[in-house]
Design a protein around this ligand. Structure first.
Ligand SMILES: [Ca+2]
Ligand SMILES: [Ca+2]
Length: 344
């Protein structure tokens, strides 16, 4: 543990020293961390055993990601916010009272659909004058969650698209540090790290503390994103301005959320996954029995969908591979953070 912590600190210092220094974010440690509500609409994993990341989806956003195993949530969530630069500011999901299941921002609609014959989920969110189509999948060879993002301005005018990320490495969101080397969103503690990268790259990135003036969601209300590093341990939340505007020719982006035991490993996972791109395995490469297993699962009726969609998606993920090839999946479940209030 001490060796891992030392490596983590050394890697972070090296990266921080090489990056442009940012002003320390005010407000540490921020609001007490709690996990997201249990209203899951999707559960994603990869075929095979090389990827050590599992993700969940709420109606309009990504929620917990588990790394390096199913008993360890390491990322609380990621959603997008949109601004027209003229007073409109909308995010996808209302955060974050875990006692309520009220996921969407006023004026926003969203749905999650599994992509037939694959482990992808397509999540379409529409707000005032914009639409986001996100296709989520786990990199089968790395601890990375990938999203293919299509952002459309329905007014034809340029808009600003922001990423709002909430790292919580090591199943504890109260002891983290947030930095932005090369405008990546890096969060870490003494046991694990996450790195959010994009292609095209983020144009601006900041880290702050939840519920304070450096929280990017609060920060954006004046129309500008600050430029902080959250260097004191706390409940870190992060924000980034993407490089797409929603106009024709500026609508697509790939997002990678990489994980590792330290900053360098998480950053490597994210950047290498971005370089590889979103390439789900072809059907012929799947284990025998996969297609039969997925076809046997039916979606719940609409009236029961909210209550049962999580269970349906989860069982879809668990049915393959069999226990002998993925013992972790067979013996553990992510329910630790889904019980009761969602608090740790
Ligand atoms: Ca932590
Ligand atoms: Ca956090």
């Amino acid at each position: 543990m001490r060796t891992a912590a030392l490596l983590c600190v050394c890697a972070a210092l090296t990266i921080t020293a090489s990056a442009q220094a940012k002003e320390p974010a005010p407000g540490a440690p921020g609001a007490i961390h709690v996990w997201a509500p249990a209203d899951k609409h999707g559960f994603g994993t990869a075929e095979g055993v090389d990827s050590k990341a599992w993700f969940t989806l709420r109606q309009g956003s990504l929620s917990e990601v588990y790394y390096p195993d199913l008993s360890t949530p390491a990322f609380r969530g990621l959603q997008f916010a949109v601004s027209d630069g003229k007073g409109l500011l909308q995010r996808e999901t209302v955060d974050d009272d875990p006692r309520h299941i009220e996921p969407l921002e006023a004026g926003v609609t969203s749905e999650v659909q599994p992509v037939p014959g694959s482990l992808e989920f397509r999540q379409v969110t529409q707000g005032t004058g914009w639409r986001l189509t996100k296709t989520w999948i786990t990199d089968p060879t790395r601890a990375t969650v990938l999203a293919k993002v299509r952002f459309e301005s329905l007014t034809g005018k340029p808009m600003r698209l922001y990423v709002l990320a909430d790292p919580a490495p090591g199943n504890d969101g109260n002891d983290d540090v947030g930095i932005s080397p090369d405008e990546l969103l890096v969060g870490y503690d003494d046991v694990a790290a996450s790195a959010v990268a994009a292609k095209p790259a983020f144009e601006r990135a900041t880290s702050g503390y939840r519920g304070t003036e450096s929280d990017p969601w609060h920060d954006l209300r004046d129309g500008q994103l600050s430029n902080y590093d959250a260097v004191a341990p706390g409940n870190v939340v992060q924000g980034a301005l993407t490089g797409i505007t929603g106009e024709q020719g500026s609508q697509t982006m790939t997002l990678a959320i990489g994980f590792g035991a330290n900053v360098a490993a998480a950053r490597t996972a994210a950047t290498q996954s971005l370089a590889t791109g979103l390439q789900p395995p072809r059907p012929r490469s799947r284990p025998a029995g996969w297609s039969t297993a997925t076809r046997s699962r039916t979606r719940p009726r609409a009236s029961r969908e909210t209550r049962t969609s999580s269970a349906s998606m989860t069982s879809r993920c668990w049915c393959w591979p069999p226990p002998r090839t993925r013992p972790t999946a067979a013996r553990r479940s992510p329910r630790r953070t889904w019980r009761g209030s969602g608090a740790r």
